[in-house]
Design a protein around this ligand. Structure first.
Ligand code: GRF
Length: 205
């Protein structure tokens, strides 16, 4: 059984999609253990506890940076049973860059979702970057987290066309629908031991 920890900072719609899939029995090898937010007012915290009965925890930075902060998150994860042996950590709109120590602690056990086709448009405002660049296709990417920003091995991607007249909002909304499909799917594949990382590449077994 994989103990799942989800890190959020806000709305938590990807978290909701993952928890819904777990509740519906679509990932039987996953036990949602805890949802952690760095922000006390993250709307996703209520969704996690009220809609799904999942334990939540706020870990405020209080000025701590890098590993000084991340070690508190690791403590909260481990308290909930999310360990480097049997855990999976999903970043779902967690608006902090995690430290190399965190990444090494949960080696190959941290996933992230990004609203663009990586390696295009990493970082913030990916949908706006895509519109301003004028690409005709965009989408989303689930990837393993490495020590860079949005640079880890790609697990799954979904594409969608960029329409003439798309705004950041309309494009983001269509990408988000795809995010909600692809993130739970990646978690399921991970829990079934079907993701094999070979250098930069992830083979789906
Ligand atoms: C999503 O667009 C995700 O791709 C990005 O942050 C946003 C989080 O949205 N990393 P939500 O909190 O999951 O609704």
């Amino acid at each position: 059984m994989i103990n799942l920890g989800i890190l959020i900072s806000g709305r938590g719609s990807n978290m909701d999609a993952i928890l819904a899939a777990a509740k519906a029995g679509r990932m039987p090898g996953v036990r949602p253990a805890v949802v952690i937010s760095n922000k006390p007012d993250a709307a996703g915290l209520r969704t996690a506890s009220e809609k799904y009965g999942v334990k939540t925890k706020i870990v405020p930075p209080e000025g701590a940076k890098g590993w000084d902060y991340d070690r508190k998150v690791v403590e909260a994860l481990e308290e909930a049973g999310v360990t480097p042996q049997n855990g999976l950590v999903c970043l779902a709109g967690f608006m902090r860059i995690i430290s190399p120590e965190f990444v090494r602690h949960y080696k190959a056990r941290i996933l992230n979702i990004h609203p663009a086709l990586l390696p295009s448009f990493p970082g913030l405002h990916a949908q706006k970057q895509a519109i301003e660049y004028g690409v005709k296709v965009s989408g989303c990417t689930v990837h393993f987290v490495d020590e860079g920003v949005d640079s880890g091995p790609v697990i799954l991607q979904k594409t969608i066309p960029v329409m003439e007249g798309d705004s950041e909002e309309t494009l983001s909304a269509r990408i988000l629908e795809q995010e909600h499909q692809v993130y739970p799917e990646a978690v399921r594949l991970f829990s079934e031991g079907r993701l094999k990382v070979e250098g930069r590449k992830v083979r789906v077994l």
